[in-house]
Design a protein around this ligand. Structure first.
Ligand code: ZN
Length: 406
């Protein structure tokens, strides 16, 4: 018994000594890196003999620090927003117009960059949601329900009407494609739609389109909206694929439509997406085919994307600017969004009387009620606090941690 205790003590002492040695070694490595780093910062000509010999002595540290610097530079360059000058932009859009006219099956992929003009921040731009959350800041979503389809949304709708665009695959949850008048079957909203809640107990899945953001109570792995299906009484869920999740709903995300569209596509136009998430969905890129048999890629984005090297053309411009020029080239009128034509009002199911107070998010006002509303000061206008989360980032940090572990 005493012996055992003694052995335990020895091994504990040994472990401690080992730990200590490790700590000392790490400390010494840190010192070397600090020293080498300081020397490397100096221009070569200004280094003393002693400093030069430090570099010779610690070649591994020099190599590692140089690698890190390269990585940092690449990262910085990838985050920068670039703008083509007016001439270049025009000439690129002319090329794009030719491709649009010649395409047999043009599919459009859209990201947050097409909604920034509707004052919905993008994800990875300098003020994007992702960028802000990375820095530990919160993101306000107070005026998201006020967002309306942008010029780009309206152009895409027109291009579809003109039979130039066959399908739209969107990462955006803001519902603006739908509200622009794009038919539902033409649209795959891969990450859901903030205005749609569904009952998955009903078969087929029963959809409830609402005139407000249904996601205020939902977050990562918590999809219940608190309202109930009027047919079976089960709790409704949002359709949002939150940060860190994989979409499992077939409907209304319409993955099938997206995969089918990609299979048929000969031209893919990517608008305002960093493509960092979309690139992970192999079926969207026909990567199982040889490069020459894949759809031609046209990318409109201010920042670098992982598909840039594969693109036929990369346009550095704001989506609205590019689309305005494109429509000019194609000789097409750009319709202005008119609430009267917004399909969401005819698609929407009113909430049941007992559920009117089940949410605090602002309701999109139907056009015929607009006049009355404008006379009465609305309560909501006064207490527009910065609402957090729902589809807009809540649960993000949880998702991050999980990802890192994996
Ligand atoms: Zn149901």
């Amino acid at each position: 018994m005493a012996e055992e205790a003694h052995a335990g003590a020895t091994s504990r002492t040994e472990r401690k000594a080992l730990e200590k040695a490790k700590i000392l070694q790490r400390e010494s490595e840190r010192n070397i890196f600090r020293l080498v780093g300081q020397v490397l910062k100096k221009p070569e000509a200004e280094r003393s003999e002693e400093e030069a010999s430090v570099l010779l002595l610690h070649r591994d540290a020099v190599e590692e620090l140089c690698k890190r610097q390269v990585r940092r530079n690449v990262l910085k360059r990838k985050q920068e927003e670039l703008f083509d000058d007016a001439e270049e932009l025009k000439s690129k859009v002319r090329q794009l117009a030719v491709a649009v006219k010649q395409a047999n099956h043009l599919v459009v992929y859209t990201g947050a960059g097409i909604s920034t003009a509707a004052s919905i921040p993008d994800y990875r731009g300098p003020n994007g949601v992702w960028t802000q959350l990375q820095k530990g800041r919160t993101v306000s979503s107070s005026d998201l329900s006020k967002a309306e389809p942008t010029l780009t949304h309206m152009c895409i709708r027109t291009l579809h009407k003109e039979n130039l665009v066959k399908h739209v695959v969107s990462q955006n949850c803001d519902g603006l494609h739908l509200r622009s008048g794009l038919p539902r079957h033409t649209l795959s909203e891969l990450h859901g739609n903030m205005f749609i809640e569904v009952c998955t107990s009903c078969s087929p899945v029963r959809e409830y389109v609402r005139l407000f953001d249904v996601t205020e109570r939902t977050s990562l792995h918590r999809h219940g909206t608190g309202r109930r299906c009027s047919h079976c009484g089960d709790e409704l869920r949002d359709t949002i694929v939150h940060f860190g999740e994989r979409g499992t709903l077939e409907q209304p995300l319409n993955w099938k439509g997206a995969a089918e569209a990609a299979r048929m596509a000969d031209v893919i136009l990517c608008l305002g997406s960093s493509l960092k998430v979309l690139k992970k969905y192999a079926c969207l890129w026909c990567m199982n085919r040889p490069a020459s048999k894949r759809p031609k890629l046209f990318i409109v984005n201010l920042q670098w994307t992982p598909k840039d090297d594969l693109a036929t053309l990369k346009v550095h411009g704001k989506c609205d600017d590019v689309m305005r020029l494109l429509m000019e080239e194609l000789n097409l009128q750009i319709p202005v969004y008119d609430k009267v034509d917004d399909p969401i009002f005819s698609l929407a199911t009113p909430v049941r009387p007992e559920e009117v107070k089940s949410h605090t998010r602002e309701v999109i006002t139907p056009p015929h009620e607009l006049e009355e509303v404008s006379y009465a000061p609305t309560e909501q206008a006064d207490n527009v606090t910065s609402v957090q989360g729902g589809w807009f980032g809540r649960g993000y940090s949880k998702g991050r941690k999980k990802k890192k572990k994996a």
